[in-house]
Write a protein that binds this ligand. Sequence first.
Ligand code: NAD
Length: 491
Amino acid sequence: MTLTALPTFRTQAFIDGRFVDAAAGETFATENPATGEVIARVQAGGAEDIDRAVAAARRSFEDGRWSRLAPAARKQVLLGFADVIEANAEELATLDSLEGGKPITDTREVDVPETVKTLRWYAEAIDKVFDAVAPTGPEALGLIVREPIGVVGAVVPWNFPLLMAMWKIAPALASGNSMVVKPSRLTSLSAIRLAELAAEAGVPDGVLNVVPGPGGAAGAALGRHMDVDKVTFTGSTEVGRLFLQYASESNLKEVTLELGGKSPAVVLASPPDMDLVVEQVLFGALMNMGENCSQGSRLIVHRSVQDELVSRLADGLAAWPVGDPMEPSTRIGPMIEKPHLEKVMGYIDRGRSEGARVVSGGSRILEDSGGYFVAPTIFDGVTNDMTIAREEIFGPVLSTIPFETEEEGIRLANETAYGLAASVFTTDLDAAFRVARALRAGTVGVNAYSEGDITTPFGGFKQSGFGGRDKGLEALEQYTEKKTIWVTLRT
Ligand code: NAD
């Protein structure tokens, strides 16, 4: 542990500019998955707390304290918010590492800087996007204007607590909406602190509310709320489906879903430098412990390079030390919680029993720490009908699936219910574009594992997503309604 002091934990809901306890007076424990120890008890928000937060958001939206500010004015406040986050970067990085088990080097160098970058990007964008004028004749002026939707609920996961929240908060607030954010029960602390920092930066009361709580209570209440205009969700496909149900059974609120994945890394017979392939395939598979929606979890590799690549990947694991997330040299921390560790180990056992070969890893490690560590695991001899090739494991597990022809490689890559991301590795330019176009995924990396950057839209084909995209100017579509103003001109 390199910290001199632990941050103070904010554990209450933040509603209408103030910290408040949950109405039912209940709390839940949040723990450090590297040790199994309880870090804090957090207020367990439920339907009543969501009601209070939605009412505060609605008031702030209707009186225009934020929604009717000029975009340039909102921009100034949001840029100040980004500065405040940056000034508290170490604290926020520590919260996500302690609660999420994420390596501190990642939270310092990726999560927090990307969170700041996301906020600045939307703040900077919002006074530079224009609405449209329809190509009418002289008898009319047709204005197509975008307006904020109103009250937006955001329900977010535990794997990138701060960043996933900011992918929603930045475009929603920049567009003039008011929000209620429901973080994962497993990682509430950074989101609560974020709301406090927003207030410090001058985001008006009621505009950004955060209600921690269990998904089935606080999350469902937001999904079913009659006065929430939109829910934006990131999480599992299973829970994502519920939000469509909640919307259909309540007020038909708009819903955007960013869901799970089973992303392929396709290595053709003409790979680029093998060191690069090894580095990128391992990065795609192991980054954030494999607890990553766009994880490159299936290595679809041409038979001619399979043996060499698999053996070099196994050697490459030396560059991925597992251990205490607070140790700067650690690249793989623990699984988020014990049930998830058991789920990941269950998949590894299933892979073995269905006939795949463990090349490396395959076991729980560092058990004495009390934490939930899994050795990075490479399977060879996997076929697409095996459970480990079909289901999202969400752990440091890579499955190797060989192919003979490019068509077969593409077919295997696309033979999945998901379609979030993919990558293709080759020195053949024609093949790179052919395969990139043929892959059914929202983001395709060429000769690298990639999620693009903040300028590019991110989201899934098939069961990886629904209703819109995060990131890029496309995300602004999620948080605005289009209105036609038709002016009849007497000529
Ligand atoms: P999850 O679906 O279990 O939980 C996500 C959120 O939904 C949490 O806030 C949770 O409390 C809430 N929730 C749970 N049950 C609920 C219910 N019955 N009603 C309403 N809300 C409920 O997902 P997770 O385990 O937190 O995150 C991992 C998943 O997120 C993976 O499947 C991963 O692929 C996905 N993910 C997707 C993206 C993307 O951009 N596509 C990014 C990160 C993570």
